[in-house]
Design a protein around this ligand. Structure first.
Ligand code: AMP
Length: 366
C-alpha cells in the first residue's frame, strides 16, 4: 500500500514515520514551492504539484495523471494541512480516494463555513459576524474583538485583537476581504480533543489535553487535562462525534476549545493530525499519526488509551537542545528544518508518574 500526503512539513514527516513500520510506502506532494521538503527527505517520493492552466484556471488532466504516476500510484491521498488547493484535491480524487474527504476539508478550511457547520449542529462557538464592519460588530459584541481572516490563518497568523473604536475604524479602512469578527472569550483555559474515525464509522478519542498558547502559537500541552469532570469530557466527545458523523469523516480530527467555567466553546477545528496531539507519541498506546494512517488505510484503529501523564513542549525558533539535557523519560523529535524566529522546529515529549513530575521536567527547558 502507498499513501500520498499533500504537504512536506513536520506533520507529513511524523505520519510517514508512524506508517512506515506498518509496511506502508509514502509519497509527498510539494504544493507550495516556498515550502522546504527537508522534513520528508528520505521518507518517500517527493513531487511538485503542477501549475494551473493560465486560461482555464484549472489543472490539466494530463499533468495530474503524470503527478499521480510519479507519486507511485498511491492507494489514497491525505493532507497535513487544511490550506490546500481544493481544485487539486478534486482532480486527484478522480484517481484515488482522498481522506478526509474534499468536502470535510472544505468545511474546515474557511472560518465562516466552519462556524456554520458548528452552529448547524448546535455546537457552541464564540458569537461572530462574517465580513461585517468592525465598528458595527463591536456594537453587539463589545470590545475587545478578534478579527480573523477566513483562510490562511494558523498559529495566530492573520488575526488581530481590536481593543477600541479607533482601532476598529482603522481596521474598517483597510478594506480586508473575507474575515470573521469574533467576541473575545475570557477563557479560564484552552483544551483540545483529538479523535479518530475509521472508514466503518468507529470513533476513538484521546484524553482531553490542556494547551498553552503564546502570541497565538501553541507552546505546550499536558494530558490528561486537569479539573475536567466526566460530564464535561463526555460533552466534548459528543460534539466531536456529531461533527465526525456529519462529515462522514475518515482519519484524525482536532477540536480546539475554550473552557469558561462549566461552558465548553469550540474555537477551531483541524481536519488533520494536530500539534496538541504530539504527546500521544509517548503517552498513548497508539499515537495520533499511526491512527490517522490506520484509519485511511482501512486498518483497525489502535487503542488511544493513555499510558501515563504526558507533556509536550514545542521548540520554537531556537537551535536543537543538547542531548545531555534529555532525561530518560523525555524524547526529542527534531524536524530538520533551518532555524528561523517563531518557526516550529521540533518538540519534546515528557512522561511521568503524575502532572507535578511532568511539569517539573518541562520547567527545566523554559
Ligand atoms: P486560532 O488561530 O483561532 O486557533 O487562535 C489562536 C489563539 O488565539 C487561540 O488558541 C487563543 O489563545 C487566541 N484566541 C483566538 N480566538 C480568540 C477569542 N475569540 N478570544 C480569546 N482568545 C482567542
Amino acid at each position: 500500500m502507498r499513501i500520498a500526503i499533500v504537504g512536506c512539513g513536520q506533520l507529513s514527516r511524523m505520519m510517514a514515520l508512524a506508517g512506515l513500520p506498518l509496511g506502508i510506502k509514502f509519497s509527498f506532494i510539494q504544493d507550495d514551492i516556498k515550502q522546504s521538503t527537508v522534513c520528508v527527505e528520505g521518507l518517500g517520493l517527493i513531487h511538485q504539484s503542477p501549475k494551473k492552466d493560465k486560461d482555464t484556471k484549472d489543472y490539466d488532466a494530463k499533468d495530474i495523471k503524470q503527478l499521480y504516476h510519479d507519486l507511485g500510484k498511491p492507494d489514497c491521498i491525505t493532507v497535513e494541512k487544511e490550506q490546500v488547493d481544493l481544485d487539486l484535491l478534486r482532480v486527484l480524487s478522480t484517481l484515488c480516494p482522498i481522506f478526509p474527504s474534499v468536502d470535510a476539508i472544505r468545511s474546515c478550511q474557511h472560518r465562516g463555513k466552519e462556524k456554520n457547520l458548528l452552529s448547524n449542529l448546535d455546537i457552541p462557538t464564540s458569537p461572530y459576524f462574517l465580513n461585517t464592519s468592525a465598528v458595527t460588530a463591536a456594537k453587539t459584541l463589545g470590545y475587545p474583538i478578534m478579527v480573523k481572516s477566513c483562510t490562511e490563518g494558523y498559529d495566530g497568523k492573520n488575526q488581530w485583537r481590536i481593543n477600541n473604536s479607533s482601532d476598529a475604524k482603522h481596521f474598517d479602512e483597510l478594506n480586508i476581504q473575507e474575515y470573521i469578527i469574533e467576541a473575545f472569550m475570557p477563557f479560564d483555559k484552552e483544551i483540545s480533543l483529538i479523535s479518530v474515525r475509521s472508514k466503518q464509522g468507529h470513533i476513538e478519542h484521546y484524553s482531553l489535553t490542556d494547551n498553552v498558547h503564546e502570541k497565538g502559537i501553541l507552546t505546550r500541552s499536558i494530558a490528561p487535562a486537569v479539573n475536567i469532570s466526566d460530564q464535561f469530557r463526555l460533552k466534548a466527545q459528543a460534539y466531536m462525534e456529531s461533527l465526525l458523523n456529519e462529515l462522514d469523516y475518515v482519519g484524525v480530527m482536532a477540536m480546539e476549545c475554550f473552557v469558561i467555567g462549566e461552558q465548553l466553546m469550540i474555537n477551531e477545528l483541524a481536519p488533520r493530525v494536530h500539534n496538541s496531539g504530539h504527546w500521544t507519541q509517548l503517552g498513548s498506546i497508539t499515537c495520533q499519526f499511526e491512527n490517522h494512517i490506520r484509519a485511511i488505510a482501512g486498518i483497525q484503529l489502535g487503542s488511544t488509551k493513555q499510558i501515563s501523564p504526558t507533556g509536550m513542549l514545542n521548540i520554537i525558533g531556537i537551535e536543537k537542545p543538547s542531548f545531555e539535557l534529555l532525561a530518560e523519560n523525555t524524547k526529542l523529535y527534531w524536524y530538520n528544518k533551518s532555524v528561523k524566529p517563531l518557526r516550529k522546529l521540533g518538540h519534546i515529549n515528557f512522561i511521568g508518574k503524575n502532572h507535578k513530575v511532568v511539569s517539573q521536567q518541562m520547567a527545566l527547558f523554559d
